[in-house]
Design a protein around this ligand. Structure first.
Ligand code: ADP
Ligand code: TRP
Length: 321
């Protein structure tokens, strides 16, 4: 079974990225042959600073390795080290209906937020389909916001197979319900673009301040809170604290008597402990950039071998060779 996923180097990774995508992806390393990549081509649709792209790419590599990506088990690479994917993207674009791309909610959302419409942004789902199909991927672990992209990938693969004969494996998304949408410090979906993130490897003081600054309602500590399970800090605590600890805080909040300040303090402490080992590992990796680069280069070599094989199949099927 081939497992594949990608993440854009468009900013600093946060708890939404970690629990929505990275953690499920890391667990799947044990279940099959995993291919994980840093989607730097995709980041060109929203980030226009080359120095920043390069730095973010290294940061994503460090974050993933620190969080447990094992390069002995998993092929880990930069998207742009396999340029074959852009050729496949062209082939796929010729079977992709305009209407499908026009219905893409991520495109519509980005335009609504004021990003200038450009062809790359419009064609984003086609390149993503190429990323997935070029490695004969079976399972794609992602957060819920990527569901529509996965549906498009499947439709595009089916269309190509119908047009040119059986060429591509049809992939399945894997979306974990319990972490489908991790809320940010304002209660909306946690996202780099909303300025509401808690970073995986945030600075201690700054992150404590962010967490202590989460706005709660004005009920007094003594008041019972029957809606304790909806409390933002409780929801986040459930992710980073042992289940019985989170449950205990939830019960105390429900019963009344637990102040929001104490709850947020517990959230910070559990967050800080949760990533303690990864933080140590990351510091070691930072001191060893040659190792990180070698992992990415070795990964690209392996990924490219597979990509060439599948691209050749698609070129043959469509009469290009
Ligand atoms: P952002 O919204 O911060 O720009 P990306 O779009 O780069 O994040 O997402 C990278 C991966 O992380 C995707 O698989 C996405 O589904 C997942 N992800 C991002 N934010 C969240 C969230 N708040 N909850 C669950 N998964 C998320
Ligand atoms: N669009 C994904 C995101 O923003 C990143 C991505 C690019 C991806 N290609 C992919 C994810 C292929 C899974 C599979 O998060």
């Amino acid at each position: 079974m081939r497992i594949l996923s990608g993440i854009q180097p468009s900013g600093t990774l946060h708890l939404g990225n970690y629990f929505g995508m990275m953690k499920p992806a890391l667990e799947l390393q044990e279940k099959g042959e995993a291919f994980y990549f840093i989607a730097n081509y995709h980041s060109m649709t929203s980030l226009f600073d080359p120095v920043e792209r390069c730095k973010n790419t290294l940061d994503v590599a460090l974050d993933f390795l620190a969080c447990g990506l094992d390069p002995k088990k998993t092929v880990f690479f930069r998207q742009s080290d396999v340029p074959e994917v852009t050729e496949l993207s062209w082939l796929l674009s010729t079977v992709t209906p305009m209407g499908m791309l026009e219905r893409a909610t991520s495109y519509k959302d980005k335009i609504a937020r004021g990003i200038a419409p450009m062809h790359g942004l419009f064609a984003y789902p086609v390149l993503m389909a190429a990323d997935i199909l070029i490695y004969d991927s079976n399972v794609v672990p992602v957060g819920r916001d990527q569901k529509q992209h996965l549906e498009m990938t499947r439709d595009i693969a089916i269309k190509f197979n119908e047009q040119y004969g059986q060429t591509f494996v049809i992939p399945e998304p894997q979306i974990r319900d319990e972490v489908a949408v991790v809320p940010g410090t304002d209660g909306q979906k946690m996202s780099k673009s909303y300025g509401n993130t808690i970073e995986i490897f945030g600075d201690e003081k700054a992150t404590r301040k962010k967490i202590m600054g989460i706005v709660m309602d004005s009920r007094t500590p003594a008041e019972p809170k029957p809606d304790a399970d909806k409390n933002l800090a409780i929801q986040l605590l459930k992710l980073v604290a042992p289940a019985e600890v989170a449950k205990d805080f939830e019960n105390r909040l429900r019963a009344g008597g637990l102040g929001y300040g104490d709850l947020k303090k517990a959230l910070f402490e559990n967050y800080w402990n949760y990533f303690a080992d990864a933080r140590k590992k990351r510091a070691e990796l930072v001191a060893n950039p040659d190792y990180v680069n070698k992992v990415l280069c070795d990964g690209a070599l392996k990924a490219r071998t597979k990509a060439r094989e599948v691209l050749k199949r698609a070129r043959k099927a469509s009469g290009l060779e």
